[in-house]
Design a protein around this ligand. Structure first.
Ligand SMILES: Nc1ncnc2c1ncn2[C@@H]1O[C@H](COP(=O)(O)OP(=O)(O)OP(=O)(O)O)[C@@H](O)[C@H]1O
Length: 250
């Protein structure tokens, strides 16, 4: 078995003593796209923020290509890229200035940054706007810009939080193709989504979180069985289960 690109082990996160995610372990291998699904408030963003080094776990470990994200943060961050659900970009920069800043941070050479930025911005239909200030960008354009920046240093792991929200159909189509290509060339992709049809069609593996606990994970076909992912998801996260349990235990 190939060593995982992302390896989360016994992750736990508490906010002021309240448990948000408990004892969560999962891994994503090279060549895999893993979809992370769960209801609102289940704990997806909480885990994602710890995976990318933005918020420390209460306990547990997160490793990227074997590097501990919290013990060796700079080395780990070189190996990955993160596209948050609400891209926050300096308004006073133009698109190209933002991309140059990101390329400088990651030490991407001039030739390489121009080639990659040109190709990605072209595919996402952002090229014509790169000279404009980010303050004039729509939400979708900001997402495309952050995505372009995220791929400039060719990260082994790409982490995205709700990447399809706000993208138009052609950008969404292109993003799916980009994620597939990254996986096919040996990278790993981990993203959260509420769009189960996309997860079902695109992801090699899925992880389902419910109230901070992983309730299912594995190859998409196995998790889904003969049902649709939506049916399985609704069954797994059905809040009414608790009522049934409560009634039974009364
Ligand atoms: N900074 C914080 N302080 C206190 N509680 C928090 C904080 N961030 C998240 N939480 C709580 O942790 C739990 C998980 O939240 P999280 O944002 O990870 O959910 P999510 O699965 O990403 O939800 P959504 O699908 O709505 O984005 C929720 O109960 C939330 O209220």
């Amino acid at each position: 078995m190939k060593a995982p690109v992302l390896d989360v082990s016994h992750y736990r996160k508490e906010y002021r003593g309240k448990v948000a995610v408990r004892d969560l372990s999962l891994s994503v291998a090279p060549g895999e796209i893993c979809g992370f699904i769960g209801h609102n408030g289940a704990g997806k963003t909480t885990l994602i923020r710890s995976v990318v080094g933005a918020q420390p776990p209460t306990s547990g470990e997160v490793r990227v290509c074997g590097t501990d994200v919290w013990r060796e943060p700079v080395a780990a961050k070189r190996l990955m890229a993160y596209v948050p659900d609400n891209p926050d970009v300096y308004d006073f920069l133009t698109g190209i200035q933002y991309l140059d800043l990101i390329a400088d941070v990651f030490g991407v050479g001039t030739e390489e940054r121009r080639r990659r930025a040109g190709e990605l911005a072209g595919r996402l239909e952002l090229s014509d706007a790169l000279g404009d200030p980010v303050s004039a960008y729509s939400h979708g354009m900001r997402q495309k810009l952050v995505l372009t920046g995220a791929l400039l240093h060719d990260p082994a792991l790409l982490v995205l939080d709700e990447p399809f929200v706000g993208l138009d159909p052609s950008a969404s189509h292109e993003l799916k193709a980009i994620l597939r290509e990254r996986a096919d060339s040996g990278g790993a992709v981990f993203f959260s989504s509420h769009v189960l049809e996309v997860v079902e069609r695109l992801c090699d593996t899925v992880a389902v979180i419910r109230r901070g606990e992983l309730v299912a994970s594995g190859p998409t076909d196995e998790v889904r069985g003969s049902a649709s992912l939506e049916d399985v998801f609704l069954e797994l996260v059905d809040e009414r289960d608790d009522l049934v349990v409560a009634r039974r235990t009364r």
